[in-house]
Write a protein that binds this ligand. Structure first.
Ligand code: HEC
Length: 134
């Protein structure tokens, strides 16, 4: 059920974006990307209180305390891996959060250019997360 909800959400996000390849998500601002792909679980302000997140079996982390929780500094390389899925964040045996590196790569056309677009998208997201720190 949880997987279904997440799959549906992803479908909705990408479907609303219109025909694939017409526009790259790499052109979106970090805020727009966050609102479209992350706020449903992590909440509009990043506090971890999004409507979909509340239906999950795991706690959705508060993204406004990333800096405080990591000793006053945000580790960009580590965040990149968490978001794109190279680092598996396991709270209950499996990763609940979608593997964004893969989702965006497919959406961007699944080729070399898509890889570059994914890097840009993830970096935009991290820059936006920086602006949310309390
Ligand atoms: C389906 C719900 C869901 C969506 C959508 C989602 N996340 Fe997550 N996220 C989680 C959960 C749950 C965790 C905790 C790890 C796990 O169980 O997968 C998490 C963990 C994280 C972490 C690690 C936080 C920490 O405290 O270490 C970051 C960073 C993060 N998400 C960023 C994002 C970004 C950026 C997006 C949008 C591209 C996003 N998330 C979309 C559910 C979600």
């Amino acid at each position: 059920m949880r997987r279904l909800v997440v799959t549906f959400l992803l479908f909705l996000n990408f479907a609303l974006a219109g025909p694939a390849a017409a526009q790259s998500f790499a052109d979106y601002s970090g805020r727009d990307l966050y609102m479209r792909f992350c706020a449903s679980c992590h909440g509009v302000t990043g506090a971890g209180d999004g409507p979909v997140g509340q239906g999950l079996a795991v706690m959705v982390p508060d993204l406004t305390t990333l800096r405080r929780r990591s000793g006053g500094q945000m580790n960009t390389a580590q965040l990149r891996e968490i978001i794109d899925g190279r680092a598996v964040v396991i709270s209950h045996g499996t990763r609940t959060m979608p593997v964004w590196g893969y989702e965006f790569w497919v959406e961007e056309g699944a080729d070399m250019e898509a890889e570059a677009a994914v890097r840009t998208i993830v970096d935009q997201l991290i820059a936006y997360l920086r602006s949310l720190q309390t």
